[in-house]
Write a protein that binds this ligand. Structure first.
Ligand SMILES: Cc1cc2nc3c(=O)[nH]c(=O)nc-3n(C[C@H](O)[C@H](O)[C@H](O)COP(=O)(O)O)c2cc1C
Length: 223
């Protein structure tokens, strides 16, 4: 058992440094009917306390699922190194809505420094919003994801194509305000991690489990 920075996090950071393009992972949630739902998302950042951040549109299904049950699992395949990271944990939505964000911070129970503060999270949301491409920013201003197209008034060719992070133009400003209001962080707090390495022969599989005192236990298992 060890405290401090978990060994698995060092492995993940090393992989991302070596293969910075390996940012897509599969992210599974539970629907309100307790059915597993999985989709691809993009890894955006790791916080100082070791939370994994991705982003979403609050109008998608993920926030609804996480409000029902914060349990999640990530399957992250790093093609170039033939490593799979399977990360189990709980995930929380940090959005423009102050009450939602307060609840997330409380549930995460992050004690360390700035991460326990609403301002830290709103600054992070701002930074991640700026990091998006204009096209992706625009998607947050388009019709509600999942709506049948015959119920959407605007034709696809009239939808917002791209948005700047901010603007002084009154029309753009209004569009940005609406779009940014839909933009949220998903913060994943890992409780279990499994690393499967397919390059070594025989393959290696290592599991870490978070203990109640915050340390991580480690066990190497037969692959
Ligand atoms: C490569 C790739 C990356 C994606 N990245 C994200 C992402 O970071 N966040 C997101 O909400 N959806 C992302 N999507 C779309 C999701 O896979 C999914 O279609 C969408 O989030 C709606 O899912 P939901 O309604 O179950 O929340 C991505 C899709 C692909 C194919």
């Amino acid at each position: 058992m060890s405290s401090g920075k978990p060994e698995w996090l060092g492995i993940l950071e090393g992989q991302l440094k070596e293969y910075p393009q390996a940012t897509t992972y599969s992210f599974a949630t539970l629907s309100p009917e307790n059915k597993p739902k999985v989709r691809s998302v993009i890894h955006r950042a790791i916080t100082p306390s070791g939370l994994l951040l991705t982003t979403t549109d609050v109008r998608m299904q993920k926030p609804n699922h996480l409000a029902h049950d914060p349990s999640v699992e990530i399957a992250w395949w790093i093609l170039d190194s033939a490593i799979q990271l399977r990360i189990t944990g709980k995930a929380y939505i940090v959005s423009a809505d102050a009450a939602t964000t307060r609840k997330a911070i409380q549930a995460m129970g992050v004690q360390e420094g700035e991460e326990g503060k609403n301002e830290w999270w709103q600054d992070k949301r701002e930074q991640l919003w700026k990091d998006l491409s204009g096209h992706l920013r625009g998607s947050f201003g388009r019709p509600t994801p999942g709506t049948p197209l015959d119920q959407v008034k605007e034709k696809p060719e009239d939808w917002i194509q791209r948005l700047d992070p901010e603007s002084d133009d009154p029309k753009q400003k209004k569009d940005i305000e609406f779009a940014k209001g839909n933009f949220a962080i998903i913060a994943v707090q890992p409780t279990g991690v499994e690393v499967l390495e397919l390059k070594p022969q025989p393959n290696r599989r290592t599991q870490w489990t978070k203990q109640s005192d915050g340390s991580w236990s480690k066990v190497e298992v037969s692959p």
